[in-house]
Design a protein around this ligand. Structure first.
Ligand SMILES: C[S@@+](CC[C@H](N)C(=O)[O-])C[C@H]1O[C@@H](n2cnc3c(N)ncnc32)[C@H](O)[C@@H]1O
Length: 296
């Protein structure tokens, strides 16, 4: 079976031959870890981990934490787990290196697109303060998380996220990593057929993977992508233009709850990176919402 490839566009970071071979290996290794090796774990648990735990504690594990503790003692599980971590670090190293090598060209491409005849817009606020839950952690082990900026018009974090999302999902989320947005739009259409969708707001859009399908699903609507990450938003904006989609960076409208900003608010894989109290404040407090790097 051939290894999947993302659909190239004018902003795509392009791996060279050697980098591509390493990325193919990362996908193959993950496929193996998630396929045959993971399928063997129930047997490892039933025949080794649970009996060993029972011998120590006089009963079988009863909660998920006890199951975890039991498996954590087993060599096969520890190898599987360690290889999973190694695979994560490996694919991050390669995708990071590709985007590092391509950075001058990526910035050039961003500037050419942004300075040309654009459909959408982008608004960035340099004064945004990142919340500690984002600032203090290298999310997904990415150096600098979504926020690393080392030069003017930096798009590294966005480009890495685009390429990285494809490799991470082993190409299973579509050639443009668009399956979440497609599923979200299809769900809204099926369940709210009378909803007049005038403005869509994708909260935590990163590079717009889940945002752009809404442009197609609701061609009359204005589609906004919001995020805290300026390098992701620059990339998202140029990527949308490269793919011929109009995506709007929303201008600041101070102290307006997001429920009044859009007829459809969508968010994928964002609240998993926040804390419950942040989730509440992000969806209710006007100061916690950021639109294309700008508080609204
Ligand atoms: C895992 S990514 C989301 C990916 C994207 N939704 C997708 O499915 O492709 C999480 C994003 O949420 C953003 N984020 C986290 N807290 C935020 C906040 N309070 N306001 C805006 N964006 C936020 C991060 O900067 C990051 O880009």
């Amino acid at each position: 079976m051939s290894t999947p490839r993302p659909l190239p566009h004018a902003m795509s970071p392009m791996p060279n031959f050697e980098e591509q071979a390493l990325l193919d290996f990362a996908i193959a290794l993950k496929g193996h870890l998630r396929g045959p090796l993971r399928s063997a774990l129930p047997e490892v648990y039933e025949h080794r981990a649970a009996p060993a735990w029972q011998e120590k504690h006089g009963r079988r594990p009863q909660s998920w934490t006890e199951v975890g503790d039991a498996l954590g003692e087993d060599k096969a599980y520890r190898w599987w787990s360690a290889l999973g971590r190694a695979q994560q670090e490996f694919y991050l190293d390669i995708t990071s290196a590709v985007c590092e090598r391509e950075l001058p060209s990526l910035i050039e491409r961003y500037r050419t697109i942004a300075g040309g005849d654009v459909k959408g817009s982008i608004t960035l606020d340099p004064n945004i303060t990142l919340p500690p839950y984002q600032r203090e952690v290298d999310i997904h082990c990415v150096p600098g998380s979504y926020f690393l900026e080392r030069t003017e018009d930096d798009v590294w974090a966005g480009a890495r996220s685009d390429l990285g999302s494809f490799i991470f999902s082993m190409g299973k989320h579509g050639a443009l990593n668009e399956d979440k947005g497609l599923a979200g739009a299809a769900y809204v259409k099926a369940n709210f057929p009378d909803l007049k969708v005038r403005r869509v707001l994708d909260l935590g859009c990163t590079v717009g993977l889940s945002t752009l399908p809404y442009c197609e699903a609701f061609p009359e609507a204005e589609v906004y992508g919001l995020d805290l990450s300026a390098p992701s938003l620059r990339y998202a904006f140029a990527r949308a233009e490269a793919l011929g989609k109009k995506c709007i960076g929303r201008k600041a409208t101070p102290r307006k709850p997001i429920s009044r900003m859009a007829s459809l608010i969508s968010s994928f894989r964002t609240f998993c990176c926040t804390k419950p109290h942040t989730t509440r404040s992000t969806t209710s407090s006007p100061n916690a919402i950021v639109c294309c790097g700008r508080a609204v």
